[in-house]
Write a protein that binds this ligand. Structure first.
Ligand SMILES: [Zn+2]
Length: 256
């Protein structure tokens, strides 16, 4: 078999905030030429969910929407509008995300718990996988997902404690790798510890990594860093993580 050029290896970006890009058309073009076969676009609130549904509609079979309500966006008076938008449109998405708990922000914990709980109920009712954001809240987020018997969950950009990672993995959940692998010790430790069968690749576009804003094509950085850490061929990591994404999101990504 002919060895594939690294930029020909098909990849999935499992987590991108596409609606925040000002150069979306260019970013999608670059991703396609860079071998990215599918992008999961995650939402933050009603406005971003609305925009990403349009983006997904304009890019069928390439951009897949996930509807979310991020803890950073939570305001008591907007909760109901956000949850009802999610309920009304959940069937148009392939997942719920991003959602979760963040203890580093000012939003009250009991509001975050209440909202996350309701979102998990939506995920359960519609059998959608959940893309979870946590900071200093991994234990509680895991407990809440387990309690509800959520079957598919990914703890995105996992950088939490190792003992909790083991619990996440033994529950059957996934974690995802970002370009921060190039420099973040806790993220590197987590990706090193998790089996490759439980890792998704992502970019968290347009997050800035050491001063450089990410685009979906940068999922190649997540790939290369994961391969280096695990001492595996990049083509093998690409194949496995694409199969993981396919299984997790229950999607058949395009072949070319
Ligand atoms: Zn996040």
């Amino acid at each position: 078999m002919q060895k594939k050029e690294p930029d020909q290896i098909p990849l999935i970006d499992g987590h991108a905030r596409l609606d925040e890009l000002t150069d979306l058309t260019e970013a999608l073009r670059e991703a396609k030429t860079g071998g990215v076969r599918g992008i999961i676009a995650v939402g933050m609130n009603v406005d971003s969910n609305r925009r990403l549904l349009q983006i997904a509609q304009a890019n069928p079979g390439y951009v897949y929407p996930a509807l979310g309500y991020h803890p950073w966006e939570m305001k008591e008076e907007e909760v109901e509008a956000n949850l009802s938008f999610m309920r009304d449109h959940v069937k148009e998405g392939i997942a719920i995300g991003e959602v979760g708990l963040d203890y580093k922000i000012k939003v009250k914990k009991d509001l975050q718990w209440k909202v996350f709980e309701e979102i998990l109920d939506i995920a359960l009712e519609f059998d959608k996988p959940v893309i979870i954001h946590c900071r200093f809240s991994h234990r509680r987020a895991l407990e809440m997902a387990k309690e509800r018997e959520i079957k598919r969950a990914v703890f995105h950009w996992y950088s939490g404690p190792a003992d909790l990672l083991d619990k996440i993995l033994s529950t059957g959940y996934f974690i995802s790798a970002t370009p921060a692998l190039a420099y973040s010790p806790p993220h590197r430790e987590a990706i090193q510890r998790a089996p490759i069968e439980r890792i998704l690749l992502e970019t968290d576009t347009p997050v800035s990594y050491q001063g450089r804003e990410a685009r979906p094509k940068d999922v190649r950085v997540s790939l290369e860093e994961t391969a280096k850490l695990k001492r595996l061929e990049p083509s093998l990591v690409a194949m496995q993580t694409t199969a993981n994404a396919s299984q997790f999101f229950q999607i058949r990504f395009r072949k070319n």
